[in-house]
Design a protein around this ligand. Structure first.
Ligand code: NAD
Length: 488
């Protein structure tokens, strides 16, 4: 099966922070891949804007190096890289001053889509929004793309929304959560709302519980200073896991349109129960010894020997509405865990009675949505173990992995950033968070964090390479359940 690539309209895309880590690792490689796929028209212009003293040629060298490192193995002849690089330009610009803005305004063309990617620290978002207007760089149809973190709590998120709203309509603001750009996340919506099979069972009557795991093997890396002010709750739970929960729990929107989808997600967040203190486990990773893979503890990595910030969190919550009352949602995320694995498991209830006798056991279906690595969806079903010798039952996965079903395109779906940037150019906000969603997520998160601070809670240490603190297992075991394994 060959997927159709529909080219976007010619555009000018300005990457503020165009020399930063995100631009190097994600944005430029994603744009290059879309160019190779034929989605970006040859008239498009991509302008890096940052304080660095590059000219266009210097920026092209920077981009070429980034693409060779972070977009390797793409079937794109050398000539195409040169053509792509020709689309690149650079403006030295200060977000906090007046340097470079007139120059930038002069380089943009009339009558085409303008998008401004804020790939800078959040402290500069307001400065950029203000100067885009002051210098007449943005027009009423311009889009701005805002990276995470979107606020530190409800008050700061609200303030940021207000700052952006002073210069841009909500329909112009694209708040990125790159988890929403993953192929499988959209496929989850296709599976739910494109089939008759699942939706009638998608409720508390048939679903025992839901598990969402986002496990990383990496530590805080070079982000230690920032991370220690945030922690897993702010860095991962409030945004990525919350968004995944919304897509699992939301009602079918009337149409697959931005506000229809976002209205339903918002209702889920607003229906979330407060989380009880004994339904949360926080952890902090220990150092790993040994010649191979030795690394410092969390506290050493962030340079804060008394840090109370969590690098791991597991919690249980409920979506209190007619569909989900009584079905717990277990969410966990952490760093330095056993494997890199992001998985949603919809755990259906066991059959009410086994006609095959006690020895055949009771079985339950599991729908597994794997976001990374190896994106794909499997449904665990029970069948008879082949061969003579009686009725023995065995659980096997019905595999909807794209590699098999969809051929080469399915095995190598576009990176989340590729899809999201193209959606910005197309003007489709479905996979971006609306301001009220972000605020509602913070409104749920804030009291939880305030509780830890009030009680002076210290996270539990856990071994690197493990599945997290033992208390997280107890959280499940107390309910007679267990976590699915963290497997690559
Ligand atoms: P970075 O520090 O590597 O790059 C920052 C960029 O901003 C540089 O190009 C720098 O020149 C530019 N800049 C700084 N001050 C400026 C000023 N006054 N005027 C003009 N340009 C200025 O940061 P990053 O890692 O690329 O992150 C950028 C944003 O993306 C941040 O908001 C970050 O939280 C977010 N983010 C990054 C990642 C990632 O993987 N790096 C992932 C998710 C979100």
């Amino acid at each position: 099966m060959v997927s159709r690539v529909i080219p976007v309209d010619p555009f000018d895309l300005v990457i503020f922070g165009g020399t930063g880590d995100l631009a190097r690792r994600k944005i430029l490689p994603a744009l290059f891949r879309r160019y190779c796929a034929g989605q970006i028209p040859p008239e498009a212009v991509i302008i890096g804007a940052a304080r660095a003293d590059y000219d266009a040629s210097g920026y092209r060298d920077f981009a070429a190096e980034a693409i060779r490192e972070f977009a390797p193995g793409r079937s794109c002849e050398d000539g195409t890289l040169g053509q792509f690089l020709d689309r690149l330009d650079f403006v030295t610009l200060d977000a906090r001053g007046d340097t470079g803005w007139g120059d930038l305004a002069a380089r943009l063309q009339q009558g085409r889509v303008r998008a401004f990617y804020f790939s800078v620290g959040p402290g500069l978002f307001g400065d950029l929004a203000e100067r885009l207007h002051k210098w007449g760089v943005a027009d009423p149809d311009s889009r701005i793309v805002v990276e995470k973190p979107f606020g530190h709590d409800l008050a700061t998120a609200r303030e940021l929304n207000q700052t952006l709203a002073a210069h841009f309509q909500e329909s112009q603001i694209y708040r990125i959560d790159h988890y929403l750009g993953k192929e499988t996340v959209q496929n989850l919506m296709a599976v739910r709302f494109g089939n008759m099979l699942f939706e009638p069972l998608w409720n508390a009557q048939y679903v025992d519980h839901i598990q969402i795991t986002v496990a990383e093997t990496v530590g805080v890396g070079g982000r230690g200073e920032y991370y220690d002010t945030a922690g897993a709750m702010r860095d991962m739970m409030q945004n990525h896991l919350m968004q995944l929960l919304c897509l699992i729990a939301m009602e079918p929107p009337a149409r697959f349109e931005p506000d229809a989808v976002r209205d339903e997600k918002l209702k889920v967040i607003r229906a979330l129960d407060d989380v009880l203190p004994h339904h949360i486990v926080r952890g902090q990773y220990d150092a790993q010894q040994g010649a191979e893979n030795a690394h410092p503890s969390y506290r050493e990595a962030v340079g804060n020997p008394r840090s109370k910030t969590e690098s791991y969190i597991a919690l249980k919550t409920h979506v209190s509405n007619w569909r989900w009352a009584g079905t717990p949602f277990y969410l966990r995320t952490g760093k330095r865990l056993k494997a890199r694995s992001s998985v949603i498991s919809v755990m259906f209830k066991e059959t009410p009675h086994s006609i095959f006798g006690a020895e055949a056991g009771r079985h339950a279906n599991v729908l597994t949505i794997r976001l990374q690595p190896n994106e794909g969806i499997t449904l665990q079903v029970t069948i008879k173990e082949p061969g003579p010798g009686g009725m023995r039952l065995v659980d096997v996965p019905l595999d909807m992995t794209f590699a098999e079903a969809l051929g080469p395109e399915g095995s190598d779906p576009p990176d989340a950033y590729e899809r999201l940037i193209m959606d910005v150019i197309r003007g489709n906000q479905t996979l971006f968070m609306r301001g009220d969603e972000v605020e509602a997520a913070w409104a749920w998160t804030d009291p939880i964090i305030a509780g830890w601070v009030r009680r002076g809670e210290v996270p539990k240490p856990y071994d690197s390479g493990s599945t997290g603190p033992g208390d997280a297992d107890l959280l499940m075991q107390r309910d007679g359940r267990e976590w699915r394994g963290i497997v690559p």
